[in-house]
Design a protein around this ligand. Sequence first.
Ligand code: WT7
Length: 655
Amino acid sequence: MSGNNYASPIESILHEGRVFAPSEEFRARALMNDPAEYERLWRESIEEPDAFWSRVASELHWFQPWQKTLEWDCPWVKWFSGGQLNLSYNCLDRHVASARRNKAAIIWEGEPGEIRTFTYQQLLTEVEKFAGVLKRLGVQKGDRVAIYMGMAPELPIAMLACARIGAPHSVIFGGFSASALVDRIHDCQATLVITQDGSFRKGTEVKLFPVVEEALKACPAVQSVVVLRRTGTPIEMQAGRDYWWHELMATAKPGTRAEPLESEHPLFILYTSGSTGKPKGVLHTTGGYSVGTYLTTKWVFDLKEDDIYWCTADIGWVTGHSYILYGPLQCGATVLMYEGAPNHPQLDRFWDIIERHRVNILYTAPTAIRTFIKWGDEHPNAHDLSSLRLLGTVGEPINPEAWMWYREVIGKNRCPIVDTWWQTETGHMMLAPVPGVVPTKPGSATRPMPGVLAEIVDKDGNVVPDGQGGFLVIRRPWPGMLRTIYGDPQRYVEQYWSQIPGSYFTGDGAHRDKDGYFWIMGRVDDVINVSGHRLSTMEVESALVSHPAVAEAAVVGRPDEVKGQGIVAFVSLNHEHREAGMLPGLKEELRKWVSKEIGSLARPDEIRFTEILPKTRSGKIMRRLLREIASGGEIKGDVTTLEDFSVLARLKEEE
Ligand code: WT7
């Protein structure tokens, strides 16, 4: 973590005075619509967490009731100890035993336009069969399964099948490269990989199997690969290792029961970027994660039995895990799932989907909203969006202008907007409005959810006065919190629990206003947020440095109108390559190199060659200065620790 950010006070500059209460129409129908009642429940969740969480947990099915709601030995936590449950059971079997049996669980739309609907019964049957397939391939309780797929309905089927037999899954976003795949498969020691030939995006094929094929050259521990046929492109399979999904399923029988699992049984590992290079395998376990995603889905989305709910995230990110799959299915919702891009075949695809499926709840990201603004109002305006009743956003701070556009152009001033702050590590929403009772303000994720004791503190952990910027911390354990970093408990302790001893350190700067509303100001560490996707500057730097021409690299974020942050890389070349630096071709080559090393989401927007990087006397790259240069601003603040003052002048010249 860069020391510089810690020393500099975070200033809050945003002044936003607008407040929007839910309409009377929305409020009257909302599940939670009495502010005094919500206040009472919130207080109970803090003062008597056992009572509060026990009541929520008892809405789910437990094979064995828990004995202790919470055991807390900071930073090690156990929720619902002694209890046994299965998340696949709570998502499927529980509903199949009720009137929801024939309700649509997933309505899937492929990018080319086909639609497939799975009722709860049908989904259960598929999951039971695939769970049987996994067992037949030798997967046992506790074994890790890596999943590298596009947004096919078989992806949630695979995840639910893993959860059913207690095999933790690690879903790897389909945009990651072979070497990113190798790192993750190695780290979690997966023995089976589930993938597909390819996926459709923007009318072309994103190849997936060939990436796995390449990765597996470096992953000898992987014994089998299950391949879903989606695009039909011929692929070469390796006998004895690779199997077609449809062939395995053709002879599979339903009936694989949901294994009763200890509450703390590992559910999944999801890799995310930290402030050092190596991605962190965030580990979530069964009981607490189930209860936390269940409650937040129900309350924040105000889910009704007849809603069609659409979260536009990719399941490869935590948003998809918690709010396409596990939260909504535990609630018995109807989830819409879309495979492809928002601009295929035309710029109005999302609005067309909303109109045709009569979507009621839309959950998307600020970067998408800003893109839609750029594309023009005529696209949403050409469609009937009157089915929408609630809008949500997640992934990064939303600027008030984008928030207002979302409200006016998409929500027609009728739909509350839930801005939800949370992280891969938190598992579920932490700051968010419950829309029938909490008025919203453009740009604020409003207030902590029940059970969440959030505070803004200075670097010594003292609460700062309202209105003053500081670090966002969480003072108490919550059900869906990460349990550790897979294989690296030390890093878990250092990363989250050592900055402010006894508190969970989020890595975000924020301030709280006089009404108790939280305003997130972005990361305070070396993590950048590109289109709502977290990247570590170190990760991009190490990819650059692995290129033979590069001696040293420093990567920073700069504000980007659409993506939130763009990536600027300052690169110094090896001596023998200095001349090559004059060739514009090398910049493009390096951008491609990073795509290949990590994935296209990490491709730098700009590369600047420089002879030397600004460093402190102790040799640390001064990213703060580079950030200022990259944003085109004046160099402000303290430069007294800079080792060589002439560097600054030279960096400016090279712009
Ligand atoms: C980081 C977590 C949670 C799923 C998507 C990202 C930023 C997330 C908000 C929001 C302001 C937000 C934070 C956070 N962030 N949601 N509503 N307002 N900032 O998950 O990759 O784990 O990233 O995203 O900086 O720390 P993630």
